[in-house]
Design a protein around this ligand. Structure first.
Ligand code: SDX
Length: 445
């Protein structure tokens, strides 16, 4: 007699159609349970009914790093890791890079459809006219050391924005969510550029509303005494494409951090600051910095075999390779690689690292150690070569990732707030510590 699986939250039997279910037998008791399968997943809570004694807690699922756990339902980004497919609202990334713009993709991510002329015009106007930040931001930016890490400055500044817009706490107000979405996308380049100018001891450059989103960012970074900064259209286009490629990537570490922190109903600036913190890590967005450092450490093509040997002995990590989802070539890496030559030509620079990167990729992909582990170049492998050619300091490469990822993070945050199943994120644990110990007085320690 199989036990009907009970929706543990509601206590009522879930409607399990036999052909869409797991039948599990608990060999400790001989009891059998039908667990519903929906969307190729089973609900972890359906396993809580499986107990030996009635007062047991019931079975939990254990998944460190959430390698096989869906945390939400989302319609924003689709990835097929085996086939190397990436689509935003169903549109392939290759098409978006060829035909769209970053701000149009940011709209697509947040509103679920491509904007018409009027919608795009209003969206670009609003973002363009929200690029300024409160003058007090400059004061605390001045408080950072000259050598403060730009991601640390960005993290702090984004969090601080929540203090300038206290009304953003009203996350149930549609207008507040909309204006926070606009402000975050609009102000991220300004904060990033201010951090860069602070590190060089240069005066801040205010936004120029005549320029495009990427063009304005280049102006705020590099404008000096000239009356008006005129971005090179080739660099502007390359940067816009890079922004598209970094806009969203479903439930990556930083998007998951935004959702976890956002599930406490905190304001969006604080939730996005959590995303900046997650992206900062060298295993995530920080990898584009470590790729360049890795290429510099290798130094010349002849050193590649020795380096790869070090990787196999776990003494080095092949930064820019591998991915939790892609077990094929990251489609973004392929597109970025195709832009490297044109950026180098536009900047008139030769990258000493490009030849090493190309040969490193070739030798790794010829090596069974990497192919057996399905390790291929990811989005970070070639991006740093472009950023260096653009004159971005190495430490600020991850800032180049955070700017466009903001549109993805805020889209994930907005989608989460509309999820009828939204609950505050609060994982369980397997307790491995001691129990019921007596307090040891100091004299006996
Ligand atoms: C991003 O999630 C996203 O979508 C992220 C991102 C986004 O757009 O948001 O795509 C952006 O973060 C790209 C990833 C950037 N990080 C790096 O380039 C750092 C180097 N990569 C690795 O740290 C690693 O590949 C991860 C973190 C990206 C993925 O790690 P997983 O999924 O936990 O894989 P794993 O550690 O279980 O690796 C499987 C095997 C292991 O070998 P075994 O222990 O089984 O023998 O592959 C090995 C790992 O040791 N391995 C590597 C490796 N990556 C994995 N070995 C050498 N070099 C690597 N880069």
């Amino acid at each position: 007699m199989s036990e009907q699986s009970h929706g543990a939250e509601s206590g009522k039997a879930s409607t399990v159609e036999d052909n869409n279910s797991l039948t599990v037998t608990d060999n400790r008791t001989g009891k059998t349970y039908n667990i519903e399968i929906k969307d190729d997943t089973v609900r972890a809570m359906d396993f809580r009914q499986i107990k030996v004694n009635d007062d047991d807690f019931g079975l939990m699922t254990y998944d460190p790093g959430y390698t096989n756990t869906a945390s939400c339902r989302s319609a924003i980004t689709y990835i097929d890791g085996e086939k190397g497919i990436l689509q935003h609202r169903g549109i392939p990334i290759e098409e978006l890079c060829e035909k769209s713009s970053y701000l149009e993709v940011a709209y697509l991510l947040n509103f679920g459809h491509l904007p018409n002329e009027k919608e795009l015009g209003e969206w670009v106007y609003q973002i363009t006219h929200h690029t300024y930040v409160h003058e007090n931001i400059k004061s605390f930016m001045q408080g950072f050391r000259h050598d403060a890490h730009p991601m640390g400055m960005l993290l702090a500044s984004v969090g601080a924005l929540s203090t300038f817009y206290p009304e953003a706490k009203d996350i149930d107000d549609e207008w507040q969510r909309w204006v926070s979405t606009i402000r975050l996308i609009a102000k991220m380049p300004t904060l990033a550029a201010f951090a860069y100018r602070h590190s060089l001891g240069l005066p801040y450059v205010y936004p120029d509303n005549d320029l495009s989103y990427p063009g304005n960012y280049l102006s705020m970074l590099f404008k000096m005494a000239e009356p008006k900064y005129e971005p090179d259209p080739r660099l502007e286009k390359a940067l816009d494409t890079l922004f598209i490629l970094h806009a969203d990537h479903e439930q990556n570490c930083s998007a998951a951090a935004v959702r976890v922190v956002g599930s406490s109903r905190v304001d969006p600036y604080s939730a996005i600051a959590a995303g900046v913190a997650g992206l900062y890590g060298p295993l995530h967005g920080g990898a584009n910095v470590d790729v360049l450092r890795m290429l510099q450490k290798i130094g010349k093509v002849e050193n590649i075999p020795d380096f790869l040997e070090q990787v196999k002995q776990r003494k080095e990590l092949l930064y820019g390779f591998g991915h939790r989802v892609y077990k094929n070539y990251d489609p973004r890496a392929r597109i970025i690689r195709s832009h490297v030559d044109e950026v180098l030509e536009a900047t008139g620079k030769q990258s000493p690292w490009l030849d090493i990167a190309i040969e490193l990729e070739k030798q790794a992909l010829d090596d069974e150690y990497f192919t057996s582990r399905k390790l291929y170049p990811n989005v970070d492998f070639y991006s740093g070569i472009i950023y260096e050619a653009l004159g971005i300091p190495t430490d600020a490469f991850t800032v180049m990732f955070a700017i466009p990822r903001t549109s993805g993070w805020i889209a994930q945050w907005n989608e989460m707030l509309h999820d009828p199943e939204l609950k505050i994120a609060r994982p369980r644990q397997i307790y491995t510590g001691e129990r019921d110990k007596e307090y040891t007085p100091m004299s006996e320690r």
